[in-house]
Design a protein around this ligand. Structure first.
Ligand SMILES: [Cu+2]
Length: 141
């Protein structure tokens, strides 16, 4: 194999092994598809500290649907809603940003949430420099 190709192969391998080192979400409360009564916060923890300055957490009510359509709606929000500004009215949380590094966050929720499905969506900067996004669905009874 020519040297140039070998170098390229090595680079690809090095990149894919660093991708394995993304900061991981180790727990979410309420958990995925869990039902809770009158939740006051959603909490998340990570396997290493993340800089809160570059982190966004949002909670949105979802239209009624089955598990698959709720997961799809939450994933769509992760793509469209994370960088939105001025969406406080549509959101179910009152997260106002943070500072410093933390291995966990507590995202405050608005009081008296209506019964139904909600999506927690997140975006943060991993220690390896990658942006990590994700979502989780829970239910309020
Ligand atoms: Cu990574």
């Amino acid at each position: 194999m020519p040297m140039k190709k070998l170098t390229k192969l090595f680079l690809v391998l090095a990149l894919s092994s660093s991708a394995l080192a993304h900061t991981a979400v180790t727990s979410i409360q309420p958990g995925a598809h869990q039902t809770v009564t009158a939740p006051k916060v959603v909490s998340m923890s990570f396997n290493e500290a993340i800089p809160l300055k570059f982190a966004t957490f949002k909670v949105f009510p979802l239209p009624a649907g089955d598990k698959l359509s709720l997961n799809r709606a939450a994933a769509a929000l992760t793509k469209t809603a994370l960088l939105d500004r001025a969406d406080a009215d549509r959101r179910a949380d009152t997260w106002a940003g943070g500072s410093g590094d933390a291995t966990g966050v507590r995202v405050p929720l608005k009081p008296d949430l209506k019964a139904g499905a909600y999506a927690l969506v997140w975006r943060f900067l991993s220690d390896d420099g990658h942006v990590v996004t994700g979502q989780s669905v829970f239910y309020v009874r």
